[in-house]
Design a protein around this ligand. Structure first.
Ligand SMILES: C[S@@+](CC[C@H](N)C(=O)[O-])C[C@H]1O[C@@H](n2cnc3c(N)ncnc32)[C@H](O)[C@@H]1O
Length: 267
């Protein structure tokens, strides 16, 4: 069973209120509020985000919009079937015979991490916002008892940590994966609403550059950075190669064990 590790370096972001689902037992909501050091509210009325917790589900809500983390949702299944995971898998270096260990230093909603776990990688997700780390853990626990075999198998490969990645020394991991916050440009209204909630929660400090510098100091053989297609390169080094999708690209920094950058051309 995976657990949230509360590291010595607490996250900087504050706590958000917890609201129980009307008509359901409030026991899980009370436990969540206690774990997060949050207040319990009867109803969420504020225009700021709050966490709604029911007997079996939990989600973030703000001004009528919701953010769920569900690894066996139709969207995640569609993404899996549509082969949209291929680019991320290639960036990280997944092969039929090799599934690298990945340190996802910007856990977020865990979607990229789940894709990598589904491809067979062991993934540690590090998230500094307490409520996101709590939701990630809740989603992994739910996925462990999913009716889909492959969802349960992927969940077994995911470990959630609540901490600021920059405070940690990554153990012998093969790959560090970074997907720092970036202003959302996609046009879908649903994505814009979701992004608005995440921006409120997670964009308290733009530490993308500091994260890259931290990653560069770690003893890993590869760093992968997800960026919008036209965003500037993160960090002070030229990527070894870049994989481009329709709206995002993956800058890949490959290094031998002595941490000297190896420049390559092509993927
Ligand atoms: C764009 S989101 C990542 C989305 C994620 N790749 C996914 O697929 O859902 C970036 C996340 O990184 C987190 N973050 C930023 N800096 C961090 C740090 N130093 N340590 C841990 N988490 C961090 C933010 O709180 C935010 O949740």
């Amino acid at each position: 069973m995976q657990t949230i590790a509360n590291d010595d370096h607490p996250a900087t972001e504050g706590c958000i209120p917890v609201v129980p689902v009307k008509g359901e037992s409030a026991a899980r909501a009370r436990a969540a509020a206690k774990a997060l050091g949050s207040d319990m509210l009867e109803i969420g009325t504020s225009p700021s985000p709050y966490l709604v917790v029911g007997e079996t589900g939990a989600w973030l809500e703000m001004a009528g919009s919701q953010v769920h983390i569900a690894f066996d949702s139709a969207t995640m299944m569609h993404r899996r079937r549509g082969g949209q995971n291929e680019l991320l898998g290639r960036a990280v270096g997944v092969k039929a015979s090799r599934q690298p260990t990945v340190w996802d230093a910007t856990g977020g909603l865990g979607r990229d991490a789940y894709v990598l776990a589904d491809l067979g990688c062991r993934v540690t997700l590090c998230e500094r916002v307490p409520v996101l780390a709590w939701l990630l853990q809740d989603a992994v626990s739910a996925a462990m008892v999913s009716g889909h075999d492959q969802v349960r198998a992927a969940a077994q490969r995911m470990t959630i940590r609540h901490c600021d990645s920059r405070q940690l020394q990554v153990p012998a991991s093969d790959v560090i994966y970074l997907d720092p916050m970036f202003p959302e440009r996609k046009k879908s209204a649903a994505i814009k609403k979701e992004a608005a909630i995440l921006q409120r929660l997670a964009h308290t400090e733009d530490d993308a550059q500091a994260l890259w510098e931290w990653a560069w100091r770690q003893p890993v053989s590869r760093i992968v950075v997800k960026r919008p297609l036209r965003a500037p390169i993160l960090g002070s080094q030229k990527p070894s190669h870049t994989l481009r999708g329709k709206s995002v690209r993956f800058d890949v920094f490959v290094r031998p064990h002595d941490n000297t950058l190896v420049h390559q051309t092509g993927a």
